[in-house]
Write a protein that binds this ligand. Sequence first.
Ligand code: GTQ
Length: 354
Amino acid sequence: MATLTENRISPEVRAERERFYEKIGRDDYAPLWEQLHSLVTKVPTSACRTAHWQYATARAYLDEAGKLITAKEAERRVLILENPGMRGKAAITPALYAGLQMILPGEVAPAHRHSQSALRLILEGDGAFTTVDGEQSLMKRGDFIITPSWTWHDHGNHTDQPMVWLDGLDVPMVAMLDASFAESGSTEAQSFLRPPGDSALRFGNNMAPVDAQPTPNRASPLFSYAYVDACASLAAMATSGTPDACNGYKLRYLNPLTGGSAMPTIGAYIQQLPAHFASAPYRCSAGTIFAVIEGSVTVTTPDQTFDAGPNDVFVIPSWVAHEFKVRERTVLFSFSDRPVQEALGLWREQRNAN
Ligand code: GTQ
């Protein structure tokens, strides 16, 4: 990058500096002053762009993928949602990965575990299952399900309908830290160690076993957060309260043992925008992935406006101001790296941002 002084220096000095850079470059040094301001930027400036994936298109591609490869052969039959500004990186924001996964009737996605944390937001289907560390959960549309770091997980579908969900993982973050570990299970499906619903009964009733401590992976002991429960909470907020000017009625999914996010690296949220709601412009430093569960929303940023309907996914990069407008009551799920930024003292937001 050109420095401010560049125009004022003589060609001789310029050439001498270039020779110096080349010489030190051979010994793996580089001059900071040539790139200081592109490293330490005044505001976030990654290549990440606002982008929108329509479900109708995604669903047709998933159908095609379903004919080309089985879930078992693929291990995970997923179409990665690649940010158009960061193609080839398997990233939807610099820190996070998103994909759409499909399991057809009778299929199995075999057991494995990895240091990456994963979340699922169920988009389509009713009654396929995921098993996490020996506990099976049935999945319904709108449910939020977690696969914390280093937990065994396999997915399967004994229903007669395809099952599709949005995957969110901290893949780019773990790659940046060079902390990826993974292994395959010895069997396709795990054996059950606990009955279905066990974790919800132990930890989901505003109680916890008396000596329960946060686990080393700092993830919630609840694996599944049912959409009906989230809807009931949102409805209560909407019945007796005013919506937040930027967020409407917004809840975060939490780890009952810590009060923190359900997983340490990814925060997940659900919000209801009441009929005719128009949000105040808002931005924050956590690039955020949204999925529309109910209704539809017109999203406006300084560069673009688009409409997102049921099961559509869109991403708002760090520090991009955005406004939501809805006609009917709309429910949005979202996830971001906010808990990481908060833990490190980096997270910022600006309300009424222009
Ligand atoms: O379901 O385990 O989208 O391991 C990417 C990696 C899903 C999964 C993804 C994975 C999974």
